[in-house]
Design a protein around this ligand. Structure first.
Ligand code: AMP
Ligand code: GLY
Length: 433
């Protein structure tokens, strides 16, 4: 099997690391990849948003399977492009077509989908600049905090949560009239605020059958105790202590099943991951968002726990035989701490040498914004690398990840020191309660 994996994050390094372990793999190419994926296969530097170049690469390298890491190429229709080209008809694509990718590409679409199929989610309404006044009126019916979401892809920045009604009205106007997020905020979803604990659930589906991967919890804010601006994710843990069997059964019955059957009823074929961002509200799951890909850094804790061969899973997803596969996991806990460039998620410098890597042990280093240059690994992005470690107990997995993180250094390196701490308390409370 010759595989082309698209993407350049820690997610893609974790996927490449797992694909490389498969006896079915012949060659692995990653476009554009990073310092980590270079150790699993061959990085190729071409513009992946140019589907013509993707086609040339597929033909040139005799690629059998295309695995799409990030959402943008899916929303832009990379699958439809490949399916529509006679020369590429035998290529297996892991990732949905344009129609399915709307689950992430349009919040308005995904909310309407959930409402139609009775999938629990926050009450909402959508607005454009033509009904701004109605938007203000809807905000007045809600109580603080107010949740405003740009309809389209906004690089993870399109969600605003505001405490003050006037601020929310001003923000709505800013998004709709002044195009704060460009075309992505031509439509804005306003929804009810859900109070609870977040958990991400990952499903791989062939459109009819599905397997559920281990769940994870992501730490999105830059600062300790979930303060400061949102980032792509500063760390993750899996499993999540409160996502017990009862909760996960509700997730399956109330969310996963109706999502898959909803796609079928709506005539939307789907082959790929669905990442369901959930809020646990007093023991009941509500969908915050769908993504049509794996999460980052969640992949860096989910994939190490996956025992099943990833190429077997992807082939079954393509062949619609996921019902015939038994998926196995490591029951231990995996924790990942993201090392980031000082200044991130605002402006930061790149090009610093990463040192101490050789002193780490008993962990996986999944690279994100890092590249090889003159025999050195240097920083090349905001999120630089995830230190991912496993142990029987969450506490020990965190300890191992942090012990290794301390051995690594680069100029202005930053990381959160409280990954998983809230859930340790949760677990203690649960044990004593
Ligand atoms: P999203 O980009 O949709 O994942 O939203 C970013 C973050 O905003 C989520 O991870 C939640 O922490 C928060 N969020 C989004 N929607 C809601 C909601 N309805 N209630 C509470 N928090 C929310
Ligand atoms: N870590 C959140 C995401 O991948 O969207």
């Amino acid at each position: 099997m010759n595989i082309l994996l698209i993407g350049s994050g820690g997610r893609e390094h974790a996927l490449a690391w797992k694909l490389k372990q498969s006896s079915k793999l012949n060659t692995l190419f990653i476009a554009p990849g990073n310092a980590g994926t270079a150790s699993c296969g061959t990085n190729l530097y071409f513009d992946v948003s140019d589907f013509g170049k993707v086609k040339s690469c597929i033909l040139d390298k005799n690629i059998n399977m295309l695995v799409v890491g990030p959402e943008a190429p899916l929303v832009e229709g990379i699958r439809d492009f490949i399916e529509g080209d006679a020369e590429l008809k035998n290529v297996m694509v892991i990732g949905p077509g344009k129609a399915g990718a709307q689950l992430e590409g349009s919040k308005d679409f995904s909310k309407a989908f959930m409402q139609k199929h009775n999938i629990p989610t926050a009450a909402y309404q959508s607005f454009t600049k033509n009904n701004l006044e109605q938007g203000y009126a809807f905000l007045e019916t809600l109580s603080a905090p107010y949740v405003l979401k740009a309809d389209g892809l906004a690089a993870g920045k399109g969600v605003l949560i505001l405490e003050d009604l006037q601020e929310a009205k001003d923000a709505l106007k800013e998004m709709l009239v002044n195009e704060q997020f460009g075309a992505a905020s031509n439509t804005v979803v306003i929804e009810e605020f859900l109070k609870g604990e977040e958990v991400s659930v990952f499903v791989l589906t062939d459109g009819e059958n599905y397997v559920v991967l281990p769940e994870a919890h992501d730490y999105k804010r830059i600062g300790e105790n979930d303060t400061g601006p949102n980032t792509g994710g500063m760390g993750a843990i899996s499993p999540v202590p409160f996502a017990n069997d009862l909760f996960m059964q509700k997730v399956t019955d109330q969310i996963i099943e109706p999502t898959i059957s909803g796609l079928q009823k709506d005539g939307i074929p789907y082959c790929g991951f669905i990442f369901i961002g959930l809020m646990n509200v007093d023991g009941n799951p509500f969908v915050i968002e769908y993504n049509v890909r794996m999460g980052d850094p969640e992949t860096e804790v989910v994939i190490p726990r996956l025992k099943t061969d990833l190429i077997d899973l992807f082939e079954a997803a393509h062949n619609k035989t996921l019902n015939k596969i038994s998926i196995e996991f490591d029951t231990r806990t995996c924790a990942a701490v993201m090392l980031v460039s000082g200044g991130y998620p605002a402006s930061y410098e790149k090009g610093f040498e990463i040192s101490g890597i050789e002193n780490t042990s008993d962990c996986n280093l999944f690279y994100a914004g890092a590249k090889n240059e003159n025999g050195k690994v240097i920083t090349n992005g905001g999120r630089v690398l995830a230190v991912s470690a496993m142990a029987n107990e969450l506490e020990d997995a965190l300890q191992k990840a942090y012990n290794n993180a301390e051995k690594i250094s680069f100029e202005k390196m930053n990381y959160r020191i409280d990954i998983g701490k809230d859930l340790l308390q949760h677990r203690t409370a649960k044990l004593s309660g």
